[in-house]
Design a protein around this ligand. Structure first.
Ligand code: IMP
Ligand code: MG
Length: 190
């Protein structure tokens, strides 16, 4: 019964659940449909996941992608102390594969200010890919300081501290199968 699931299975450090496991699965199937349609004529697709946050999303996504493709990952860092997205950007781990002449689909968990994606696009476009598009599970347009727009997003997210399904708090709780609003008063309990 759903109410039993809700009552007993939600981590008490969350204020509320925004997207359940089932809602995420349904939405991600729909997003895979978009990938299949967008790349139906591509013979050279590479799907690039931005670690660590995008890994549960990407794992779920590719199960319903029917266009042949290869995958790769990057680790980026935009950490800048307590000043939110003020410009520091570093490629911590680069792609293994070449993207020259390939159709590149970047898969991200959440776009906030847009800094991560703006910088990533800049870096990748210098390698002369055939095309580059961005698919994000969550879009937080209220946080946007750079005029970045993804080609496709799953859900619009509120201006809250979201955790679960790849999104972390202190590096933890990425394993939670839903996405919810974390209770900031419970930070010391992580
Ligand atoms: P941006 O560079 O400001 O667009 O930030 C995007 C990155 O910050 C994403 O890769 C997310 O992993 C992370 N991020 C932004 N908002 C949240 C949040 O509410 N919870 C967890 N991670 C977040
Ligand atoms: Mg991230």
């Amino acid at each position: 019964m759903l109410f039993v699931y809700n009552k007993f299975m939600i981590d008490p450090r969350f204020k509320k659940v925004l997207f359940t496991r089932e809602e995420l699965e349904t939405k991600i199937k729909e997003l895979a449909g978009w990938v299949n349609e967008t790349y139906k004529d591509s013979d050279n697709l590479i799907i690039v996941g931005l670690l660590k946050g995008a890994f549960p999303f990407m794992a779920q996504l590719i199960k319903d992608v029917t266009v042949d493709h290869i995958i790769d990952f990057m680790v980026l860092s935009t950490y800048d102390g307590d000043v939110k997205s003020s410009g520091n950007f570093k490629v911590v781990m680069d792609l293994v594969e070449s993207i020259t002449n390939r159709d590149v689909l970047i898969v991200e968990d959440l776009i906030d200010s847009g800094l991560t994606l703006t910088k990533t696009m800049e870096a990748l476009k210098m390698r002369e890919p055939r095309s580059v598009k961005v698919l994000t599970l969550l879009d937080k347009p209220i946080g946007r300081t750079l005029g970045f727009k993804p080609d496709k997003f799953g859900f619009e997210a509120p201006d809250e501290f979201l955790v679960g399904f790849g999104l972390d708090v202190k590096g933890k709780l990425r394993n939670v199968p839903y996405i919810g609003v974390f209770d900031q008063k419970k930070l010391s309990e992580v």
